[in-house]
Write a protein that binds this ligand. Sequence first.
Ligand code: HMG
Ligand code: MG
Length: 300
Amino acid sequence: MPYPKHVSIIEVGPRDGLQNEATSIHVDDKLTLIHDLVAAGCRRIEVGSFVSAKWVPQMADSAALVSQLTHSPKHPNVIYSALTPNLRGLEDAIASGIDEVAVFGAASEGFSQKNINCSIAESIARFTPVIALAKQHNIPVRGYVSTVLGCPYEGDVPLENVLYVARELYRLGCYEISLGDTIGVGTPLQTQRMLETLLLHIPVKHLAVHFHNTYGQALANVLIALQLGITNIDSAVAGLGGCPYATGASGNLATEDLVYMLHGMGISTGIDLPKLIHAGQQITNTLNITPASNVNRALC
Ligand code: HMG
Ligand code: MG
């Protein structure tokens, strides 16, 4: 079975990982986490969201955070990204000096309504000027499709819906489409069917996978994605995370577990595992929680 030689990891811990934490997190603790991740070799880091502070209070300091990150000297190859659901979010993100942004839609109407307060069709209409303005500013845009393997409100999600939203985001100019199993329910053969369908329409280098590990399926699903040639994988240090609008959704696939598996398979990531474990220990100590990463727990 041919596997890729290198995988690009998109570290989403500071955003997806922290957005649902119950206790408020000081901006300095987020900065420490991000600097630890950079020191560990992470080069694509999703650091925040330019969304309503009433909806997601934990991300309310994203402008201040990104300004500090982008106005102090940084590693030349690090890309900081943030979620921007509408033009206001994008304008604020640009003002803060962000490198890259992401719009986020869903393959199910129920989740779209609960998460971004609009239908799928309305979300595409909303994203159209966001993607166009970002392009004018030469800011690359990622496009998320949530609930690709199941929805917390509707259960099974038709593959046609996943394909429709992914193709629309790609057509509008998203350079990478990240396929989100928001509630972590998908199993490997389901993942295979979904990816094989998408690959008929979107080139493999423009696809990414984003697995939550609620049912412990994330690494098995990653293996399927690797076999199909996908080399862009989202994960969160210490398995932090959960979406506020997907009840029961636990953390993302832990970056430590992903890196351990990839390195064990001879696939490079550019990430130093001991330093990554340190980053996971630091943030979970700050949050007073245990890392949701088998590798982190095993090696500490
Ligand atoms: P809306 O209610 O439709 O928008 O929200 P609105 O224009 O009517 O505005 C409502 C309020 O939000 C107003 O404030 C606006 O000013 C404010 P009020 O008058 O009530 O005081 N507002 C904003 N504030 C700051 N920044 C903005 C902004 N826009 C409006 N950009 C909106 C639409 C999308 C803003 C809202 O629904 C929202 O913020 N939702 C939060 C969505 C979110 O962050 N979800 C979690 C991330 S997605 C995820 O985790 C899934 C993912 O990981 C993939 C996966 O796992 O599947 C990506
Ligand atoms: Mg997510």
